[in-house]
Design a protein around this ligand. Structure first.
Ligand code: ADP
Length: 539
């Protein structure tokens, strides 16, 4: 009991908190390290994606601006008549997305188009001319003093997307606006695929409009690893979104890792909570045990004091010679004998229990009858039973079963049970001790017709220092170690101890000892459960 208790205490109050701490620290460190590593990885993926998005957006801007530059170099305000001829010559090659080039005179009251060179003349040209003069010019940034820089207008008119490049020029005192009309559908269908669908690219790209509708490319599912950037100068209402193919994988990994982390955190939390519960329960149990121990000390002192004072009181009375009646003297002597007997038994119990607690108990297991031993123990209790006018019956229906048993220990167990029956079931008038055959075991049963055991106390009363509620309430003397000793003795023999209710009242305390099924040589032998054969427990 003692070694086991020390080991349990060590485990509960040192190893469990250490384990909980270790799990907590380990979970935190692992979590933080993996979190930091993942963050770094994610950051580098985002940075790589961003620089790719910048590159892709800038590339398109550059492509359009290069065409604009080509247009600008072809337009000579002083010689507008030759505009078509000059520009159209290399238009297909140099400015493939420019659909038309126009020159607008800004100072005229009507802001009229003074030159129009179209690659595919048709009715749309006229529509565009009207749109330009009536609406687009109002949306353009026009300077009082033209500096000649290139500007872009990217806007939707009547649900159609337009991109125009424009420059302001001053010539001969007149303000002119050169406009390059870009063919947006052509940009989408020819330029985007060329710029954004390179083979072997480790990225997926799409372009979305201001409302987030996909203009070009597939939907992207990189989650937080999709980086979007608006085109800086040309198609500035649109944005290009990029996601690395590895980022999609990464996003999946991140989702998986998050689930794993949550499971890990939950598990570590459970371990920590379980550890705390174990420690709290153990602490509560320790508190209860130390409270029980102090009650035990008080109970034992009381139990020792009461018979001692009786022995002393009646001894002094007899010594004083004032008791003349021989009956009275005999009665006093009987009291002295009874009380010293009780004192002896209590001391014996406490000593046995102390040995068990220290783990020093050793049983002298010999082969022999169980019935004999029980009968001897019952006889030892008979005088007390007679005095208390309780009938003590002994029944051994199956005969004297053979077992490996420590005679002294079995006697202690039976005496404790009979003593309890006499103590708690005084009103019962009958205590029956029975030795029975059951498969593989010999059962020793001590029944009384006393108050019985409440079901909730059935297990507890076999624990050391535990006393029943009834015993405490009715102030029955006791120390709470008798049944713990019975249980220990039964288990040391390879059996068990328990209590059953009796009908209509009372209880039957039972313990078992394994029967010998094969011939065993008598003498001191090792018990199967490990109790070493030695002399009966002695200090
Ligand atoms: P103690 O008798 O010194 O209190 P035990 O370990 O022998 O300690 O018994 C534990 C408790 O079991 C007792 O306090 C009592 O409440 C209950 N008990 C034991 N035997 C009986 C019995 N025969 N009838 C009723 N209650 C009993």
């Amino acid at each position: 009991m003692a070694d086991g208790t020390r080991r349990t205490r060590l485990l509960t109050f040192l190893l469990v908190p250490l384990l909980v701490l270790a799990v907590g620290v380990l979970a935190t460190v692992t979590f933080r390290t993996s979190f930091q590593l993942e963050k770094l990885r994610e950051q580098s993926v985002v940075e790589a994606t961003l620089s790719l998005a910048n590159e892709k957006a800038d590339r398109l801007d550059k492509l359009i601006v290069e065409q604009d530059d080509a247009v600008a170099s072809d337009v000579n305000i002083g010689d507008l008549d030759t505009l078509s001829q000059r520009w159209l010559k290399g238009a297909a090659r140099q400015t493939p997305t420019v659909r038309a080039v126009l020159v607008v005179h800004l100072r005229r009251p009507l802001r009229d188009v003074v030159a129009f060179a179209s690659r595919a003349p048709g009715p749309e040209d006229e529509t565009f001319r009207r749109l330009l003069t009536q609406r687009m010019l109002n949306d353009m940034v026009l300077d009082e003093e033209p500096k000649g820089g290139l500007r872009h207008l990217h806007k939707s008119y009547g649900g159609v997307n337009y991109l125009v490049s424009y420059w302001q020029r001053r010539h001969d005192g007149g303000d002119y606006l050169i406009v390059a009309w870009h063919d947006v559908p052509r940009i989408v269908h020819e330029i985007f695929p060329r710029v954004y669908s390179e083979r072997g690219d480790q990225s997926r790209i799409n372009v979305v409009d201001a409302e987030g509708r996909i203009v070009y490319g597939p939907p992207l599912s990189g989650g937080e690893f999709t980086v979007g950037r608006p085109f800086a100068t040309t198609l500035y209402k649109w944005r290009v979104n990029v996601t690395l193919t590895s980022a999609e994988e990464l996003a999946e990994n991140v989702a998986r890792r998050r689930v794993l982390e949550m499971v890990l955190v939950a598990l570590s939390g459970l371990v920590v909570i379980a550890g705390i519960i174990v420690v709290l329960v153990a602490a509560a149990r320790e508190r209860r045990l130390s409270q029980l121990k102090s009650e035990f000390v008080a109970n034992v002192s009381h139990e020792l004091k009461t018979p001692l004072s009786l022995v002393r009181m009646f001894g002094e009375l007899l010594q004083s010679g004032r008791v003349e009646s021989p009956e009275k003297r005999a009665q006093y002597l009987q009291i002295i004998v009874d009380e010293s007997e009780r004192l002896g038994q209590l001391i014996e119990n406490v000593l046995d229990f102390a040995r068990v607690e220290r783990g020093k108990v050793a049983y002298d297991m010999t082969e022999g009858g169980v019935g004999d031993v029980v009968a001897r123990a019952v006889e030892a209790c008979r005088m007390r039973a007679d005095r208390e006018q309780v009938k003590l019956d002994l029944l051994i229906p199956g005969g004297n079963d053979s077992a490996l048993r420590d005679e002294g220990a079995l006697e202690v167990a039976v005496i404790n049970l009979v003593d309890n029956a006499l103590k708690y079931a005084k009103s019962g008038e009958l205590v029956r001790v029975e030795v029975r055959h059951v498969t593989g075991y010999t059962e020793v049963r001590v029944s009384d017709c006393g108050p019985g055991i409440p079901p909730e106390d059935k297990k507890r009363i076999f624990e050391r220092f535990e006393r029943g509620r009834g015993a405490q309430e009715q102030k029955v003397r006791g120390s709470g170690i008798g049944l713990a000793l019975v249980k220990h003795i039964a288990e040391a023999h390879g059996g068990r101890a328990w209590v059953e209710p009796n009908q209509p009242r009372g209880s039957t305390f039972v313990f078992t000892v394994p029967r010998i099924q094969r011939p065993v040589r008598s003498g001191a032998v090792s018990h199967p459960l490990g109790a070493t054969a030695a002399a009966r427990p002695k200090d």
